[in-house]
Write a protein that binds this ligand. Structure first.
Ligand code: HEM
Ligand SMILES: *[C@@H]1O[C@H](CO)[C@@H](O)[C@H](O)[C@H]1NC(C)=O
Ligand SMILES: *[C@@H]1O[C@H](CO)[C@@H](O)[C@H](O)[C@H]1NC(C)=O
Ligand SMILES: *[C@@H]1O[C@H](CO)[C@@H](O)[C@H](O)[C@H]1NC(C)=O
Ligand SMILES: *[C@@H]1O[C@H](CO)[C@@H](O)[C@H](O)[C@H]1NC(C)=O
Length: 487
């Protein structure tokens, strides 16, 4: 017994030394393991990744390798060199790390998953002609929801938090548009899906990092179960045959995925399609409400469109194509609050070539991570006063979209990256932009919406969410609203 224990202990010790004894080899990026064995920098990383990575950048420069919970992650922060990562799907793999997260968050494994066919299917439904059709459905759903919000009362203000207001409207309208069928489109069902989803969302980062405590694990499990019940295949039997939903279900069936896993995949899709749009609309409105000049510029643009509409004030989808002021304000809001990690797994030892000619070796099994929030988005060399919301930052003096931004004297291809870039760029980008635009147009042209306290400041961002897409506020921003014109 004693010998067995000793052997086991020695085994662990050897394993520990092998894992922790890694040192920097010639031509590898600077290595920073942190002082805690195995965990490395995981705690600091999880608490506020932006702060941690800024500190590492000041110490090591724009490329370095850190140890995080047993993994070695090479962080690249030079936007001029991002193409070397986002365009390379041969040595760097998107799917493996995505599957780790799928398992941890959604308890989902899709062994025969073919990302290429899935992406092609998604493109078919979210771009081109299908997109125009989706936009029309989204518009009707947004209007219907706003109209039923006990809003017909046009004299009394209603109060809510801006985050809850934006998220709930866009989530429910988006759900109806993409997942809606006769069976599951009743108001109670919609509200139930939204409310359960919000609980799930608040535990999502901890699920991804496997840091739930016992109580949180129990809650996460039961919320997930309730969402699975709401999203079971029975709910979708009568979906439109030509819809994205039906194509996706068929895609799963062709892979041989059973009904239980299909349900779990639905929750994954709910997150991918609805998890970022509401928070993005929140930040846009939060910035507009606290920047009167920006608000009047966007309102001016919308009212000139609204006047051209026939009948007047009707939502003119075709005219909403050309909205340079709104587009700039949205890009600016996203620049300040979209903070995804772009993570890839290194499939075999290879060399990363930086734009300035430096070369670094990458080791098989490590991860490479871009964090465009730090650079380009918050980089003072690229965007003057980066912490300020300037609604016209992406506008030229002649009113066209500004695309010229520089770093180190070089014109940048990537000067803001809320949607990722390259091979795995967001498939839903155009649909997301158009949904937010329709929401903004409806609210600004048909409703009165104001801060309860005109002196309110923008809420802080919840720093634990860096790396997971759109940031969320630490607390909500109280607003009041009422319908002005009939919808
Ligand atoms: C404001 C809203 C949104 C933001 C900020 C956003 C952001 C992103 C980002 C950063 C990625 C790339 C991840 C990577 O390269 O590692 C991504 C991928 C993706 N997004 Fe979005 N997204 C949004 C809305 C949507 C919507 C509405 C849909 C669907 C209708 C959608 C569908 C997808 C899909 C399917 C992918 C995976 C692409 C692939 O596997 O190649 N997104 N999104
Ligand atoms: C959040 O929004 C939902 C749906 O609109 C609403 O029922 C609920 O009362 C709101 N919650 C708060 C705290 O305002
Ligand atoms: C910050 O986000 C985390 C993860 O979503 C959540 O658990 C926590 O309650 C949030 N904190 C605040 C103050 O909202
Ligand atoms: C990859 O590189 C590491 C470090 O240089 C080395 O120890 C390892 O043997 C290499 N692996 C392969 C498959 O070449
Ligand atoms: C508007 O200004 C930008 C930059 O100043 C210039 O590149 C572009 O050609 C101009 N467009 C028009 C239509 O004048």
């Amino acid at each position: 017994m004693f010998w067995a224990t000793l052997l086991l202990f020695n085994g662990f010790l050897v394993l520990f030394l092998i894992l922790s004894n890694r040192s920097r080899i010639k031509k590898e990026p600077p290595l920073d393991k942190g002082i805690i064995p195995w965990l490395g920098h995981a705690l600091e990383f999880g608490k506020d990744a932006a702060k941690f990575l800024s500190r590492m950048k000041a110490k090591h420069g724009d490329i370095f390798t850190v140890r995080v919970a047993g993994h070695y992650v090479t962080v690249l922060l030079d936007p001029n060199s991002y193409d070397a990562v986002v365009q390379d799907s041969v040595s760097l793999d998107f799917t493996r790390y995505a599957q780790v997260l799928m398992q941890r968050i959604f308890c989902l494994s899709l062994p025969n998953h073919n990302p290429t066919t899935e992406r092609a299917m998604m493109r078919r439904h979210f771009q081109g002609e299908s997109l125009a059709c989706l936009n029309g459905v989204m518009q009707r759903n947004l209007q219907a929801l706003l109209a039923t919000e006990e809003l017909q009362d046009r004299t009394n203000w209603k109060q809510d938090g801006l985050f809850n207001f934006s998220y709930s409207l866009l989530f429910r309208a988006g759900y109806l548009t993409l997942f809606g069928t006769e069976q599951n489109s009743h108001n109670q069902d919609l509200t139930a899906v939204y409310e359960e989803y919000r609980k799930f969302d608040s535990l999502l980062t901890k699920m991804a990092r496997s840091t739930l405590n016992t109580e949180e694990k129990r809650v996460a499990g039961s919320v997930r179960q309730r969402l699975w019940n709401l999203l079971s295949p029975a709910q979708f039997r009568k979906a439109e045959p030509s819809s994205w939903l039906q194509s996706y279900r068929q895609h799963l069936q062709e892979m041989g995925v059973d009904e239980e896993m299909q349900t779990r995949a639905m929750l994954l899709q709910l997150w991918a399609t609805q998890g970022n749009v509401g928070p993005a609309a929140f930040w846009l409105f939060a910035f507009l409400l606290t920047n009167p000049e920006a608000m009047s510029a966007v309102k001016r643009e919308f009212s000139s469109i609204s006047l051209q509409a026939n009948p007047p004030h009707h939502l003119p989808l075709d005219k909403l194509q050309c909205t340079p002021v709104f587009d700039s304000a949205l890009s600016e809001a996203l620049r300040l609050t979209a903070a995804p990690f772009i993570t890839r797994e290194v499939l075999h030892n290879n060399t990363l070539r930086m734009a300035d000619g430096r070369e670094y070796n990458l080791r098989k099994g490590d991860r490479v991570c871009l964090f465009p929030y730090l650079s380009p988005q918050m980089d003072p060399e690229i965007h003057q006063e980066p912490e300020k919301f300037k609604y016209d930052r992406f506008l030229n003096a002649n009113g066209t979209e500004k695309k010229d931004f520089f770093k180190g004297g070089k014109r940048l291809k990537y000067y803001t990256m809320p949607w990722g870039a390259g091979k795995n760029v967001c498939v839903g980008k155009d649909f997301a932009i158009s949904s937010i635009k329709q929401f903004a147009f409806l609210v600004l042209t048909h409703m009165d919406l104001e801060l309860c306290d005109p002196a309110s400041a923008l809420p802080e961002m919840n720093a634990t969410r860096y790396g997971f897409g759109m940031m969320q506020p630490e607390k909500d921003l109280p607003i009041r609203y009422k319908l002005r014109d009939p919808l």
